[in-house]
Design a protein around this ligand. Structure first.
Ligand code: ATP
Length: 204
């Protein structure tokens, strides 16, 4: 599914963060968002995923086309790895969890409660959830935090397979993920400060 973003503006805590964001992404392609801490990558991803409304502009694909993975893994602590995946598969109307277990090397951990996983294992489970959503556009915020080198490679392969199957991905990351991708530095889209009121304008 193609994703077209036109003249998008987004805010955090009521403060405009980015404006005039334009890009398009074809099926089978990934876009890596770059830019310094605090510039607005998370805010842009949340807006793309439909978790907050844009201030202006258009996102062509509906939120139902997006699978969003945030900084937090959002695991059910007392469910096992397998139960977590089955839970999400049911939520998203999918059946199998085998690919998710295999692609993220979770087979041996399947019977373990999520609360007893290491940070990197939790992150692998959070990312494995993407595979049971069945959704075409992955929207990922710093997905490799806590992952070791081998797990980063597993993740890169999973994304590459998703792209190969006609999916797309928008990923905020500071590292190289091992697959071909376009890059967008969002720094030039930083929102300009606005006058708060007419009195402010006098001094602008
Ligand atoms: N809950 C919040 N309320 C108000 N402002 C916030 C909130 N969360 C973040 N911000 C501010 O919004 C701006 C954009 O933050 P955002 O998290 O989108 O940046 P980022 O590019 O993802 O940063 P990082 O690379 O550090 O993850 C920052 O100035 C940040 O301080």
């Amino acid at each position: 599914m193609e994703l077209v973003v036109e003249n998008l503006a987004c805010a955090r805590g009521g403060v405009p963060v980015l404006e005039g964001v334009d890009f398009s992404l074809s099926a089978g392609r990934a876009l890596l968002l770059r830019g310094p801490n605090g510039i607005g990558k998370t805010t842009l991803l949340r807006t793309l995923a439909g978790l907050q409304p844009p201030l202006a502009g258009r996102v062509s694909a509906p939120p139902e086309a997006m699978a969003y993975a945030a900084h937090a893994d959002g695991l059910k602590a007392t469910l096992t790895v397998e139960e977590n995946l089955r839970f999400w598969a049911r939520i998203f109307g999918q059946r199998g969890i085998d690919r998710a277990l295999d692609e993220f090397n979770l087979r041996d951990l399947a019977p373990r409660q999520a609360q007893n996983l290491s940070a990197g294992q939790k992150r692998r489970l959070g990312l494995a959830r993407l595979l049971v959503t069945g959704r075409p556009i992955w929207v990922l915020d710093e997905p490799t935090v806590s992952l070791d080198t081998a797990s980063v490679a597993l993740f890169g392969q999973a994304v590459a397979r998703h792209l190969g199957a006609g999916g797309a991905a928008v990923i905020a990351t500071h590292i190289h993920l091992g697959f071909e991708a376009e890059e967008l530095d969002v720094t030039p889209f930083k929102a300009r400060p606005r006058a708060m009121d007419r009195f402010d304008e006098v001094f602008a």
